[in-house]
Design a protein around this ligand. Structure first.
Ligand SMILES: *[C@@H]1O[C@H](CO)[C@@H](O)[C@H](O)[C@H]1NC(C)=O
Ligand SMILES: *[C@@H]1O[C@H](CO)[C@@H](O)[C@H](O)[C@H]1NC(C)=O
Ligand SMILES: *[C@@H]1O[C@H](CO)[C@@H](O)[C@H](O)[C@H]1NC(C)=O
Ligand SMILES: *[C@@H]1O[C@H](CO)[C@@H](O)[C@H](O)[C@H]1NC(C)=O
Ligand SMILES: *[C@@H]1O[C@H](CO)[C@@H](O)[C@H](O)[C@H]1NC(C)=O
Length: 831
């Protein structure tokens, strides 16, 4: 019996014995795949679900098929984890779905103990219909086996021909594996309501292709609910460990059968068990209560989050008795929420959706409920349930800044129309999220023409990126170890030494935080002042970058590259120790701090230093090194404002003599990314030149490379700057603080150089050596005029003089949205 038949039967039985509401929910399971990977026979779980084998199912295919499976029933491990299918090369699972629209996708991983592979050190990536789910993950750092269950919401579109394609990509010589997959169609109304942005703004809907990852699903005031208490087999956790002050709350509960659903809310949204329990304010009847109940959730910074709050008035005895305020991240989310009014009754279910964008450096979502100061209401506040879902970023990734290097044709097709819809829907609104999508539009459109239509229907995989010292050796169970740094590289430093140097990672010594982790200032026993970068143990992609950084920096030495003093890998720590750069990142000297503004001469000198460092990377070592993440936060300054290039976690060795480029997963930072590299995924040192051009504009204009809060045409500095440069008016958007002190010849040399760096065509960009020469020339021009006291050094009139001689400034193809279709046809011709 196929699973769907089985399920319909189940639904029917369910229907007969349970109330109508629940029955209606189960008929929504138009698609339901429960797959046990690498298992020959169906596996029945304790909760009654039956997982079918991943072979011999007409609606599921694997290509190319891997016959490597592992079965091992470890004591205590759930039966669903007792087998896995292992892939030594990229492979995809394709599910033919009946329903178009969003689907729940749950994937289970458990590194089974076996003699063939060391699954706990395997490094791999996973994507689904073009959304990166997992990027270079490994169990390795936890150093133990655990059940990793990830839940996502992924769209299946008509242009995917109703298919959900799940891709597994092993990293380098590693393997990928998977134990079980669950796919369930999501009813159309599950995520159709509008979401309200925090800080408050106009409510809007998300484009459906945005992928979600469940980060938290919480049942307030109750116990954890197992999957069989939910119509979609979702798990709900207890909220105890998230309460900021547990003493301030009291749990309340009612009989779940008394919960009513009205107005389109069904138990698909959340089971009655969730609405039947809540946390309310302890001692709610004490007069004049003045506090909030607060829950704190750690999330990954720089992603957008969807937050669904579930309310149900299970404490009031009359309608409109329970009115309180709701806050998200210290900002008002709902003022005077009258729960029974919104839910249309007591004990009635109500939910509301919010959206918040976490900026760099903020990694907690704080949800609070507190009493309204108006009198006449119950002096309490409550919350019944909460869900937090991470949303895929503009590069379609849920893990890391950028998408991984697998492309599905399906995705390309579906992208075609959508950005236009986004534009239209954005015209009236201009919400942050939509703006962010718009920024990405350029990239989407740039890359969508890349592949010619393929005859085969499956996802196409790009070649696996080659890596440093890549050898042709076959897979060994210890692959990861074999690619890690050899003992001769760098110098290890003991954890105790690092701890002493940083006074046990004292908060007062914290000097920075980023995607990789936190950075502390420290003093080694020998008196050397150092910067200690401590990898965040929960950052899964950090491991690969950690190894690369050590490997690169151990081989490179240059006055304009930050030196690595040593590293520490003890106790699963990933710690890098560098020379201390007292001036901090260049960006901090440009904007967003109270540091004194840099003069034009200082800016030129800093850029010259950074250019020397990059020039050395590109030409000074036997193999070209491409930095891949050139940006103003990776250019550090010492106490004399001398620049050094930092952060080699993404670096690669460049093409060898008989190659012209390296094919590789697109990595880098948004706003600095070479559009040609993004489109063709062919890396050359000219990609660094492009990023350096962005840095030059940032230095000139003292604003971020991407600033989504600005009007659309100004969001991207490369686009904005080149529009002005084309008109010969780049100085109009230059940092106000430079006005009147810049020699116009020097500025013109600078602008021309930046423009050349930002050339659409990598071959036409100058080398770093040329850039360096031009910057030095610009510096000479500036110094010459400073030296002879020339009044032309930058009074307002001479600045304007530039636009009087526009013919001196060559035309350049700009990267604005209007020219995208041109870009596209050019690209197609090239292909
Ligand atoms: C894994 O298997 C090996 C032998 O095959 C055994 O020595 C080891 O204890 C096992 N580890 C676990 C965690 O079961
Ligand atoms: C609710 O509170 C009571 C009394 O404090 C406690 O015994 C019980 O475990 C709590 N229930 C839950 C679900 O936390
Ligand atoms: C789950 O639902 C069953 C009835 O379907 C109920 O008996 C059980 O108590 C529920 N579990 C929890 C933890 O609420
Ligand atoms: C909220 O405010 C508290 C106290 O002022 C502060 O400690 C916390 O960092 C703030 N949280 C957020 C997310 O802004
Ligand atoms: C509750 O939290 C919000 C936001 O953090 C704050 O503005 C408000 O004053 C708090 N209310 C009470 C009663 O502490």
């Amino acid at each position: 019996m196929s699973y769907s038949k089985r399920f319909n039967l189940y639904a029917l039985l369910h229907c007969l014995c349970i109330q109508y509401v629940i029955c209606a929910t189960n008929t929504h399971h138009i698609d339901s795949f429960l797959i046990s990977c690498g298992q020959d026979n169906p596996v029945e779980l304790e909760d009654g679900r039956v997982f079918e084998s991943d072979l011999g199912n007409s609606h599921v295919s694997i290509s190319p098929i891997s016959n490597t499976t592992i079965t091992n029933s470890e004591k205590g491990a759930p039966t669903i984890l007792s087998s896995a299918r292992v892939f030594t090369s990229s492979s995809i699972y394709t599910f033919s779905t009946k329903k178009i629209g969003r689907h729940w996708v749950r994937i289970h991983f458990y590194p089974l103990n076996n003699t063939k592979f060391d699954l706990s050190s395997a490094v791999f990536s996973v994507e689904a219909n073009g959304i990166t789910l997992i990027h270079e993950f490994s169990f390795f750092r936890g150093n133990k086996s655990y059940h990793l269950l990830k839940e996502y919401v992924i769209e299946v579109t008509g242009s995917n021909s109703g298919r959900l394609v799940l891709g597994l990509l092993p990293w380098d010589n590693s393997v990928a594996f998977i134990n079980a997959i669950e796919i369930l169609s999501v009813p159309d109304d599950q995520f159709s309501s509008k979401v309200i942005p925090i800080p408050l703004g106009l409510a809007h809907e998300f484009p459906t292709h945005v992928g979600f990852e469940t980060v938290y699903r919480i049942n307030m005031g109750g116990y954890s609910l197992p999957p069989n208490n939910d119509s979609f087999w979702r798990k709900w956790e207890s909220d105890k460990s998230f309460l900021v002050n547990p003493a301030a709350v009291r749990n309340v509960s009612v009989n779940p059968n008394s919960i009513q659903y009205h107005d389109g809310v069904t138990s698909d949204i959340a089971p009655n068990w969730v609405y039947a329990t809540a946390d309310e304010m302890a001692d709610a009847n004490v007069n004049d209560q003045r506090f909030n109940i607060s829950w704190r959730f750690e999330v990954e910074e720089s992603f957008g989050y969807f937050i669904r709050l579930h309310f149900c008035d299970i404490v009031g005895s009359r309608l409109h008795d329970l009115v309180f305020n709701v806050y998200i991240n210290n900002q008002s989310a709902i003022e005077s929420l009258d729960v029974s009014q919104r839910a249309k009754g007591l004990s009635s279910a109500y939910f509301i959706d919010f959206f918040t964008n976490m900026s760099m450096g903020s990694d907690t979502i704080l949800v609070q409920v507190g009493p309204n100061h108006l009198t006449g209401y119950l002096p309490t506040a409550l919350l019944n349930g909460l869900e937090i879902m991470k949303m895929s970023n503009p590069s379609d990734s849920l893990d890391g800044k950028l998408a991984i290097n697998f492309e599905s044709n399906d995705k390309k097709k579906s992208k075609k129309i959508r950005p236009m819809i986004v534009i239209l829907s954005c015209l009236g609104g201009g919400f942050l999220i939509v703006v962010v999508f718009l920024i990405s539009l350029m990239f989407f459109l740039c890359c969508r023409h890349k592949k010619k239509p393929k005859k085969e229907e499956n996802t196409r995989w790009s070649p696996i990126p080659t890596y440093v010292g890549n050898s042709a050796t076959k897979f060994s169970s210890n692959t990861y170890g074999s690619t890690s740094a050899s003992p001769s590289l760098g110098q290890t430093i003991s954890f105790s030494e690092v701890r002493e140097a940083t006074k046990n990672f004292d908060k007062s010594l914290l000097i920075g935080a980023g995607g990789f982790g936190k950075v502390y200032q420290g003093v080694l026993a020998n008196g050397l002042v150092v910067a200690v970068k401590r990898g965040n143990p929960s950052s899964q992609q950090g491991l690969v970058e950690f190894k690369t950084e050590i490997e690169m920096l151990s081989k490179l030495r240059h006055r304009h590259l930050v030196s690595l003093i040593g590293y520490c890998e003890e106790l699963n720590e990933m710690i890098l120790v560098y020379e201390f750069m007292a001036g901090g990142p260049l960006r901090r000297h440009l904007y967003g701090s109270n540091l004194p503004p840099l003069t034009w001469k200082q800016r030129l000198e800093i850029l010259i230093g950074a250019a020397k460092g990059l020039h050395y990377l590109h030409t000074g070592v036997s193999e070209t090194v491409i930095h891949r993440d050139v940006k103003t936060t990776n250019i550090l300054l010492d106490e004399n404002l001398e620049a050094k290039v930092a952060d080699f976690g993404l670096s690669k060795f460049g093409p060898t003599l008989n190659q012209t480029h390296v094919s590789t997963a697109v990595k880098g930072s948004f706003g600095y990314l070479d559009p040609e590299y993004f489109r063709r995924q062919q890396l050359t040192e000219k990609s660094d030149v492009y990023s350096f051009g962005v840095v030059m504009l940032e230095v000139l204009c003292a604003r971020p490379a991407i600033n989504p809060t600005l009007p659309r045409e100004q969001v991207n500095i490369a686009e904005w700057g080149m529009n002005w440069q084309k008109k010969g008016d780049l100085e109009k958007i230059m940092d106000q603080k430079l006005m009147g002190s810049v020699n116009l010849e020097s500025l013109r040399k600078f602008s021309e150089t930046a423009e050349k760096c930002l050339n659409e065509n990598g071959n036409e960009r100058p080398s770093m050596g040329d850039v360096l020469w031009n910057l030095e020339y610009a510096l000479q021009l500036q110094e010459a005029c400073n030296g002879n006291g020339d009044t032309n050094c930058g009074d307002g009139d001479s600045m304007r003089g530039i636009s009087d001689i526009p013919d001196r400034i060559p035309d350049v193809e700009s990267l604005d949205f209007e020219s995208i279709s041109d870009l596209e046809s050019n690209g197609t011709m090239r292909d």
